[in-house]
Design a protein around this ligand. Structure first.
Ligand code: MGD
Ligand code: MGD
Ligand code: SF4
Ligand code: MO
Length: 718
């Protein structure tokens, strides 16, 4: 039997609508859903190729138990696995304390509403403070910057580029990434729309990226964004392009900044950043004279040495020019589901509420940095991690200093993983439990509900039955907690409230409830225009757009500091400024700077095992400028040796004028040694062998890993 089912993609934040073809219960194809009003027929090659992951013969579809060295597994039964896991975790918890068990969460968890909520519940049930994840390689600095400036990080801001005149993309490549920390499957059309309306789009990036090629590229030396943005602010202030009234009403410390910015004339920073003073002035003038402008940065500015400070400076450009919470500016979006309120109530919207044991690094949104894991596992003392549950994580590939983390994981008494594959991280696990993929589970875009450029709603049912013996993460977590005698893993805030009144709910009932009580909800019949899960499935199976443009909430709700003013001279901001001013520009022995690069056919480390995305012709190369290549005698295809203070890798080069002199780029997530045969055969190296997890090398305010702007040396490999 052949059926077509309406669903949506959950690989990246665009959440594109898809039509799944199911033949005799098997997912055989995925294509764009032209009737989806949010994505209107857009998809990418990964989205429509995901059925090859679902049906991948290398996928883990039965529980696996380690029987030898790392990566040596044999199949076992659920009963055996669950009984032994519960016994081992119970013993560790009893003998060594609740804080001897940690959870480590990977990126795909954000896309499963049930797993995201139940993982927090499991943490609560165990009673451990240790919940690690990839925020430190992603957006912890964005969270920290938001908290420092606005006194809250529950409601994150997004660029309202559909109504702006000037958009500045700094450290983001949405033509490939499809945007992040907001959802917009029509991002290309919408950003192109800025220019169509007569506006301008600037792309500040050390590489002439796919996005930069489409707009005005400002080539910058990697890691020098603080100097660049300080100069943009300098010109804005010197030329009186700031919004006096806004600054007066909503900030403190502007006068101090006027004095500070005197030191950052563009002529002074040009030798550091490589950006001509005239370009800085032109950009500042464009932003300052536009009726609406917005600066948006992403991983390129988040995961660098001054990541939080750079995010603050980006916001300061938006703030100085009065573009905060203004149409076409930097805004808190309208959300149909009360996610910000929930995050606030459940104390999830935190920064620096808890700290890692050894290096004392702060949490961001309740998540501790992965880069602290190796020390927190290997350093003796109370609270040392002895057992760990990995959910959708490939930290060894995606966090810095892969080798150090791998050997630390090998020391754990118990390591459990829930994943689609045997990857480079869970090869050290004692058990790998098979989980349902996105097409074997129902879903709603809970964490993204308040980050939509066009506020919308969509839900999906599972389109096929679980492959093999796969189970959803939430059920597994619940069952382990139950067998450990801890009740269940449904102890997230909302569920605890319901449990108090005697209602125990699974994910579906919880999701429906959140939907119905939100601004887009039917309030259980009180609001006839509102939605419930059932009504969405019946009347809007392709999804529904609730607002074509963002309704703007009040500024008071964005700026939640005690006086409702943005503290521009918070001591943390000023201490980072001092560090920037003391920073030596050149690192002896490491003349170049390494940055990352996302590719259309990769998704971090986990989509390298299908024929569609990894044809035999595809290889990993280092991108280098013609001048830098010539200076060390490298020609196209030659093998280079790239060396940082942490590690050294050998990789062939692509010589390209897309690279700014002084910066080289290497995609991450390659160099596989897992159970994925095609990925292993594709070769390459992990760029994170070059990144440091030494505490002194991390970003100061959020503990970010420095993945962009790593000082390196490139030579001809012998
Ligand atoms: N050098 C460098 N490193 C980086 C980055 C960079 O730009 N440069 N980017 C960073 C960023 S932004 C991120 S988000 C991280 C990602 O880091 P991770 O989340 O650690 O890595 P992924 O490659 O996304 O792999 C996630 C794992 O989840 C599994 N998986 C997929 N779907 C599911 C599912 O539905 N359930 C379960 N249980 N498992 C699933 C996959 O098989 C894979 O093993 O990488 C970071 N690392
Ligand atoms: N195809 C694909 N799409 C993805 C992903 C993927 O792996 N593949 N991953 C998803 C995830 S998890 C995330 S978080 C998002 C990330 O979304 P983005 O951040 O938009 O993605 P990147 O391509 O990493 O863009 C970062 C850009 O910063 C630039 N850059 C590096 N260093 C510097 C610097 O020092 N200064 C400046 N100004 N720029 C710098 C890089 O050259 C790069 O172009 O993408 C998501 N989408
Ligand atoms: S852009 Fe993202 S959400 Fe859309 S199909 Fe591609 S991977 Fe899926
Ligand atoms: Mo990410």
């Amino acid at each position: 039997m052949r059926e077509e089912k309406i669903t949506y993609c959950r690989i990246c934040e665009a959440l594109c609508g898809l039509i799944a073809t199911v033949e005799d219960g098997r997912l055989t194809g995925l294509r764009a859903d032209k009737d989806n009003p949010i994505s209107k027929g857009f998809t990418c090659t990964k989205g429509v190729g995901m059925h090859q992951v679902v049906n991948d013969p290398d996928r883990v579809t039965v529980p696996l138990r380690r029987v030898g060295g790392p990566g040596e597994f044999e199949p076992t039964t659920w009963e055996q696995a669950l009984a032994d896991i519960a016994a081992r975790l119970s013993k560790t918890r009893r003998d060594r304390g609740k804080d001897s068990i940690a959870l480590t969460i990977g990126n795909p968890m954000a896309f499963s509403y049930s797993a995201a909520v139940w993982s927090k519940g499991f943490q609560k049930a165990i009673g451990t403070p240790w919940y690690y994840g990839i925020n430190s390689e992603d957006g912890a600095s964005r969270i920290a910057a938001t908290k420092i400036l606005y006194g809250q990080c529950a409601a994150m801001l997004v660029p309202d580029y559909r109504r702006t005149d000037v958009l500045v993309l700094i450290g983001a490549n949405p033509w490939v990434s499809k945007g992040s920390l907001f959802s917009d499957p029509r991002i290309r059309e919408h950003i192109t729309g800025v220019v169509d309306r007569g506006g301008r789009v600037f792309v500040v990036d050390p590489r002439k990226t796919e996005t930069a090629k489409a707009f005005e590229h400002i080539a910058i030396r990697a890691g020098t964004d603080p100097w660049f943005l300080l100069s943009v602010l300098h010109v804005i202030v010197k030329r009186g392009l700031y919004d006096r009234e806004f600054i007066q009403n909503w900030t403190t410390g502007f006068d101090e900044w006027k004095v500070i910015l005197d030191r950052f004339a563009p002529e002074r920073t040009e030798p550091v950043t490589g950006v001509p003073a005239a370009t800085v002035a032109e950009l500042a003038e464009a932003i300052g004279s536009a009726s609406a402008a917005v600066v948006y940065g992403r991983t390129g500015t988040c995961t660098q040495k001054f990541g939080t400070f750079v995010n603050i400076l980006q916001d300061m450009v938006n703030i100085f020019t009065g573009n905060l919470q203004r149409s076409g500016g930097w805004i808190v979006p309208w959300g149909p589901i009360p996610m910000a309120e929930l995050a606030e109530k459940s104390k999830l919207a935190s920064y620096g509420q808890i700290h890692t044991r050894v290096a004392g690094l702060p949490d961001a949104f309740g998540m501790l940095p992965n880069n602290a894991l190796a020390d927190d596992i290997t350093t003796p003392g109370s609270g040392r991690i002895r057992a760990m549950v990995l959910i959708a994580s490939n930290a060894v590939m995606t966090s810095p200093d892969s080798m150090r983390l791998g050997s630390a994981l090998a020391e754990l008494e118990t390591l459990i993983s829930m994943d689609l594959y045997v990857n480079e991280t869970n090869r050290y696990a004692h058990y790998i439990l098979p989980v349902t993929s996105m097409y074997e589970r129902e879903d709603m875009p809970l964490p993204f509900a308040d980050k939509m450029i066009r506020p919308s709603l969509q839900v999906t049912e599972a389109v096929v039955e679980p492959v093999g013996e796969c189970r959803p993460e939430w059920e597994i977590l619940d069952e382990i907690a139950r067998r450990m005698g801890l009740g269940s893993a449904d102890s997230a805030w909302i569920q605890r409230q319901l449990a108090r009144v005697g209602v125990r709910v699974g994910p579906r009932a919880m999701g429906d409830l959140l939907l119905r009580i939100g601004k887009g909800g039917d309030l259980f019949g009180l609001r006839s225009s509102g939605w419930s899960w059932r009504k969405l499935r019946e009347r809007a199976p392709h999804g529904v757009v609730l607002h074509e443009y963002q309704p703007l909430g009040r500024l008071e709700s964005v700026i939640a500091t005690h006086d409702h003013k943005i503290p521009l001279t918070d001591p943390r901001i000023l201490s980072e400024l001092s560090r920037v001013e003391a920073e030596p520009v050149d690192r002896p022995g490491y003349p170049l700077r390494l940055v990352g690069m996302r590719e259309m056919r990769s998704h971090n480390s986990w989509m390298h095992n299908t024929e569609r995305l990894m044809p035999p012709s595809r290889t990993l190369t280092l991108r280098i400028s013609p001048a830098d290549a010539a200076s060390v005698g490298l020609a196209e295809g030659d093998q280079a040796r790239v060396t940082s203070s942490t590690g050294s890798v050998r990789v062939p080069v692509t010589v390209t004028a897309d690279m700014t002199d002084g910066t080289v780029a290497l995609p991450h997530g390659w160099g596989h040694q897992g159970g994925w045969q095609r990925a292993n055969a594709a070769g390459g190296v992990s760029s994170n062998l070059l990144a440091s997890s030494r505490p002194e090398d991390l970003e100061k305010l959020a503990g970010m890993s420095v993945l962009n702007g790593i000082p390196v040396r490139v030579e001809r490999a012998v």
